[in-house]
Design a binder for this molecule. Sequence first.
Ligand code: NI
Length: 152
Amino acid sequence: MVYVTRRAHFSASHRLYNPNFSDEQNEAIFDKCNNPNGHGHNYVVEVTVKGIPDRQTGYVIDLKELARLLDREVIDKVDHKHLNLDVDFLQGIIPTAENLAIAFWGLLQPHISSGELHSIKVYESENNFVEYLGEPVSLIRHGLLNNKGVAV
Ligand code: NI
């Protein structure tokens, strides 16, 4: 197997908040990421596809195609957005890097035309990242936030 990776960047704001917790619990658990009006991160996403290089092209997957797919299915939907408020597929989901990785898998996996999706990494900062390998986990949807970042 050969593992082929495409990296992309996006900038977005979010608020980590669980409407089932008190304000004090949200503050204690999510700290700076619980800021009521949100705050921004410069994210990096790395998508890895594994496979055997094609005998004629030598490619596992055409990286131009993987780049277009990542832009179309993920980056265009989240770049310069508020993840809690502006992104349909994240409605009600606490937008941690973990949950972003799971959600991005669901968007990309059906479109991988060659090779097999192996992993999605989401970097929320230089030193913190998560990696998802596609094992079954469910995304939990909580209540929605209104445009002031308050639970409705
Ligand atoms: Ni944050």
